[in-house]
Design a protein around this ligand. Structure first.
Ligand code: ASP
Length: 706
């Protein structure tokens, strides 16, 4: 139904929307009119191999694409960053100098890393909702949905080596099953040095003009039968159903582009009231809290190489969204987004009220949503503060969570005899944690962020420790005594764990603070937020159903939810502000310009300078220039990081990795004239591998279109 609604729309704008690939047929003619030379069947097919088979979900958060018949994959440098960091040390500083496996035996395994391929996407709305019609209460409906979905998933598991997932789309107006094949032997093959892979650092993140070579290279391994298998030296490179040819011919402004990947989350349907809260409360508080952590980490990383390696990945995790939110608020303000939302809400209710049936179904939902949020806003805010504090503040709070779950399971494990076996792995993971931990950095974070957390938490939500002690006293106690900030003490505690020793944990000041925070979150907050969420889900389902039904002339698309999507647009720049024109591409020349700015985020090495001075661009230049990045009007979000950027023929021309500053608001509201995604040009990627790094054997593995 949704598809035909979309087709009848004369306002269809190619740029907004993230299409479910199994529905791409409905867009085929529009895509072809805009230059695409492929058919829907080339993009997504269940019976034949198609492009979807070469698009992988990378570790559940990013996207990667297959570029050779030997399972070679590309993703972003920032997506492989944790793995690169884990293999790095002061002696082998792959973060700083890069890493290239010169043959397959040198490729590095990565514990815990996985990629998934989508086998098929099935609309299972009917089957999932079966038997829910007569049910009155939400928990009954939820239980029935869960039961129905469970059966479908079980069936896939029992009859194939695949896994399945069922996800709600449009707030439960439809459900799709994603059948997928999960590979767990994924090895690191190559990474450029950070001055290429992270060129521009935080200064340039979310910014155009951009010159980041944001790519890293991995390889998927499978068992001898080409099926997923746990890591083994016996495994062989995976033979894919499809791999993307890489196009190194000239690019043209305005040419068709398509991005195929796993966008994580968009929130196009939030109300004006909620958007106001995001812009005026939630984001500003989170920004202020992250600023505190970042002030400490950034300074410590600058002062010591050891800390730089230890905190590289953690710093990015905090800094990325931090900076995005600043741009987001600015963009939403400039767009006058709250007013646009209000106008749309008025239009929605007016349209509903003009028709008795719609009035009955949709007439009051906008007001109800707004009133509902006003009741629960304070809980949402408190929850946000605790989440920021625990997950992006001092690390001992996160460690406390792991230790809590070990303590909770201890008696079970010691009774069934598993404890001795598990103990070794637990100690190893604690050692791994402390390898990247600096207690002074952590304490400094605690000292700065705690007063801010305290300030933003309404007093009724203060954890007991905050009520009893000043944050200065807490700091002295925790960092003086807690086992959670001391490797030796914690390992000793685990090694001699017994039913009795739990008392020690319960008295630990660090653990106590975590427990107090969690008591607030799991108690007062969770009770209220669960009720809120239940009611919100119901109302949102109705609200979105109303949009679909009452606004057939509008372009409808289901919010991103970490499932595979296609989005298309053009290779183009933008004019995001008065007097400002963004060209559609950047070149190595721009890197040199930035280098001379003196900012250390723009550092280059001698080899790069030499290759630049000699204009040694090999077969990768266009009219004498080496393109680094280009931008396009493809609607993307986080999770699209690493996605293949494809041309009209389905050839790989770039790797998506970011959006421009003026686009960061697109998770709430997309603006076709301003929103642009940023891709690193495949010709630059190959140039780095081949000419800069001398890893031409990887390029030889690929299918080049010259
Ligand atoms: N650079 C982004 C990210 O890391 C990708 C995007 O949101 O466009 O999430």
């Amino acid at each position: 139904m949704i598809v035909s609604l979309i087709l009848s729309s004369s306002f269809l704008r190619a740029e907004e929307g993230m299409i479910i690939p199994s529905l791409v047929q409905a867009f085929q003619s529009d895509m072809q009119a805009k230059g695409m030379k492929l058919s829907a069947e080339d993009i997504y097919s269940v019976n034949n191999s198609s492009m979807k088979d070469a698009v992988l979900h990378f570790n559940g958060g990013c996207t990667a694409e297959i570029v050779s018949d030997q399972g070679l994959i590309l993703t972003n440098h920032h997506c492989g960053y944790y793995q690169i960091q884990q293999h790095s040390s002061l002696e082998n500083d792959y973060l700083k100098y890069g890493f290239w496996a010169m043959d397959k035996s040198k490729e590095l395994p990565n514990e815990g890393l996985f990629v998934t391929r989508i086998v098929r996407i099935e609309d299972v709305t009917k089957a999932v909702l079966q038997g829910t019609e007569g049910l009155k209460y939400v928990p009954q409906v939820e239980a029935k949905i869960k039961e129905n979905a469970g059966k479908l998933i079980e069936e896939i598991k029992n009859t194939t080596h695949y896994e399945a997932q069922i996800k709600a789309f449009d707030f439960g107006n439809s459900y799709y099953m994603l059948v997928q094949e999960k590979f767990t032997d994924v090895r690191l093959v190559g990474a450029p040095p950070s001055f290429i892979g992270k060129f521009g650092g935080d200064t340039d993140n979310w910014v155009w003009p951009r010159h980041t070579g944001d790519f890293s290279v991995f390889r998927v391994y499978a068992g001898k039968d080409n099926k997923p298998a746990p890591y083994s030296a016996e495994n062989v490179p995976y033979k894919p159903l499809h791999h993307f040819p890489v196009n190194i011919t000239n690019r043209e402004e305005g040419e068709f582009t398509m991005v195929y990947g796993f966008p994580g989350m968009t929130e196009q349907h939030v109300t004006s009231e909620y958007l106001k809260y995001v812009m005026e409360k939630d984001r500003p508080v989170r920004i202020e809290m992250r600023e505190k952590s970042l002030e400490v980490i950034d300074a410590a990383m600058k002062a010591s190489d050891k800390t730089r390696i230890q905190y590289a990945s953690k710093q990015s995790r905090i800094a990325n969204a931090y900076k995005k939110w600043i741009g987001q608020i600015d963009g939403l303000r400039r767009l006058n987004a709250q007013q646009i939302k209000k106008d749309r809400e008025t239009e929605y209710t007016d349209r509903a009220n003009a028709n008795p049936e719609w009035k009955n179904k949709y007439g009051t939902v906008v007001k109800a949503l707004i009133d509902l949020f006003k009741v629960y806003e304070e809980y949402e805010m408190a929850d946000a503060v605790i989440i920021e504090y625990v997950f992006y503040g001092p690390e001992f709070l996160r460690l406390a969570r792991s230790v809590e779950s070990i303590a909770d399971n201890y008696s079970k494990w010691s009774e069934n005899g598993e404890w001795e076996e598990r103990k070794g792995a637990i100690v190893a993971s604690i050692q791994k944690h402390f390898k990247d931990y600096d207690v002074q950095v952590d304490q400094a974070i605690f000292d700065r962020i705690s007063p801010v957390a305290k300030k933003h938490l309404k007093e009724e939500f203060h954890p007991l420790s905050f009520k009893e002690k000043s944050t200065e006293d807490l700091s002295a106690q925790i960092y003086g005594k807690s086992m959670l900030v001391n490797e030796e003490k914690l390992v000793g505690f685990i090694e001699s764990m017994s039913a009795k020793s739990m008392k020690k944990l319960e008295k630990d000041p660090g653990y106590l603070l975590y427990r107090d925070l969690w008591d607030v979150r799991a108690g007062q907050l969770a009770q209220n937020l669960q009720t809120y969420q239940g009611e919100l889900d119901l109302m949102m389902k109705v609200y979105v159903a109303g949009k679909l039904e009452m606004f057939p002339e509008k372009n409808h698309w289901a919010d991103a939810n970490s499932t595979l999507r296609v989005t298309y647009g053009q290779l183009e720049g933008s004019a995001p502000r008065d007097g400002m024109l963004y060209t559609h591409y950047t070149t190595v020349d721009g890197m040199i310009e930035k280098y001379y700015s003196g900012n250390e985020d723009f550092d280059l090495d001698d080899r790069m300078m030499q290759l630049y001075n000699e204009k040694e661009y090999g077969q990768y230049a266009q009219d004498g220039e080496l393109w680094v990045c280009f931008s396009g009007s493809n609607h993307t979000t986080g999770g699209n990081s690493g996605s293949p950027a494809l041309n009209a023929e389905g050839h790989l021309i770039g790797i998506n990795f970011d959006r421009t500053w003026e686009s960061t608001m697109s998770d709430f509201m997309f603006d076709t004239s301003r929103c642009r995604n940023i891709m690193v040009d495949m010709r630059y990627v190959l140039w780095v591998m081949d000419i800069y790094a001398g890893a031409g054997h990887l390029v030889e593995e690929m299918t080049l279109i010259k």
